[in-house]
Ligand binder design. Structure first.
Ligand code: TYM
Length: 329
């Protein structure tokens, strides 16, 4: 049995990238392993959400998470800020994380570019908080998308450094995980780059069928292949990749063959893609709305989750304090 931790920031609605990059992987593991699934609402503060929005964002992401099929009776589902032990471990780990390595993280460099007016210290130490999230439960598997690979590498460095510095074999070195397959980067509909929450290129799990059809029909393609066997361009490759996660293998094969023989009609392909996305998201969307209306249930889930997560987290923090050398008088 493995210990599995996965998280998601409470900054906006969940999209197909979150679902196929991380959540669907987690769903496959939740029954056989000791699983923790949480909402990273401390991490969300790096972008300074308005206090009026913070709670609503957390609630939305929680409902969406659960609607995907995460079962709070088997997995521990909790809110990061309900487990204050994580902030103590974060503080302790900050003492062994080096500024140089943090400054070199791709996500930090991106943020400097995207929000030059708000380069706060929390952005720099974002990977340390993420390492604390993971190793506080001594996880060995972390189902995430490709964009989190570097953060996981940093988590392993920090875990290893702690063990070496204190001469212990305490923290496991966790792996980014996707069932022996490559980590996924789900592309957006704009022809380049990954699907994101704020890039305007995403299909959200809560989108209506009408919105999905409109978005997919507007997806970027190209003028079409001009000679048989021609490689699809980036935008069309992206649509094939989306098709590979939502459609039946025969459907993907059919359209790939049509492309290879220059008979493809992108309109037909997009119609099919939209319907196959709707098949995946429709039951989730219905469930999101039910859950959002059931505050009592959501409150129960996170209270129970916080209790279980705190039991595991406080044991680790107690042991870490001892290893570091804190002793009672
Ligand atoms: P976040 O909230 O950006 O994304 C949540 C999960 O969704 C995956 N993901 C994608 N996968 C494939 N293709 C995409 N286009 C795509 N977009 C998002 C992410 O890889 C991630 O797995 N730092 C994390 C949150 C976090 C965390 C953790 C995750 C905090 N602590 C501990 C795991 C363990 C983040 O911002 O994810």
């Amino acid at each position: 049995m493995e210990t599995v931790v996965s998280g998601i920031r409470s900054t906006g609605k969940l999209h197909l990238g979150n679902y196929f990059g991380a959540i669907s992987n987690f769903l496959k593991m939740q029954r056989e392993n000791d699983c923790y699934f949480f909402i990273a609402d401390y991490h969300a503060l790096t972008t300074h959400p308005h206090p009026d929005d913070l709670h609503g964002n957390i609630k939305q992401v929680l409902a969406e998470y659960l609607a995907c099929g995460i079962d709070p009776e088997v997995a521990t589902v909790f809110i990061q800020s309900d487990v204050p032990e994580v902030s103590e471990l974060y503080l302790l780990l900050n003492m062994i994380a080096y500024v140089g390595e943090l400054e070199r993280t791709a996500s930090f460099k991106d943020k400097i570019r995207l929000q030059p007016q708000n380069v706060n210290a929390g952005l720099l130490t974002y990977p340390v908080l993420m390492a604390a999230d993971i190793i506080i439960h001594k996880a060995n598997k972390v189902p995430v998308g490709k964009d989190q690979e570097q953060h996981l590498e940093m988590t392993r460095h920090i875990a290893r450094r702690f063990n070496t510095m204190y001469g212990v074999n305490y923290f496991p070195e966790p792996d980014a995980y996707n069932f022996g397959k490559q980590l996924l980067k789900i592309p957006g509909l704009d022809g380049s780059g990954k699907m994101g929450k704020s890039e305007g290129n995403g299909v959200f799990l809560s989108d209506t069928p009408k919105e999905i059809r409109q978005k997919v029909m507007r997806a970027v393609t190209d003028a079409g292949p001009t000679s048989p066997g021609e490689e699809p361009g980036e935008a069309v490759k992206n649509l094939f990749l989306l098709m590979s996660v939502v459609s039946e293998p025969e459907t993907l094969k059919f359209f790939k063959e049509k492309h290879a023989s220059c008979e493809i009609r992108y309109g037909d392909m997009k119609k099919q893609l939209a319907e196959d996305i709707i098949t995946v998201t429709d039951p989730i969307r219905a469930r999101i709305n039910e859950l959002l209306a059931d505050n009592g249930y959501l409150a129960k889930v996170v209270a129970q989750g916080a209790e279980k997560a705190r039991a595991s987290a406080s044991k680790t923090v107690r042991e870490v304090r001892e290893i570091i050398g804190y002793k009672p008088f």
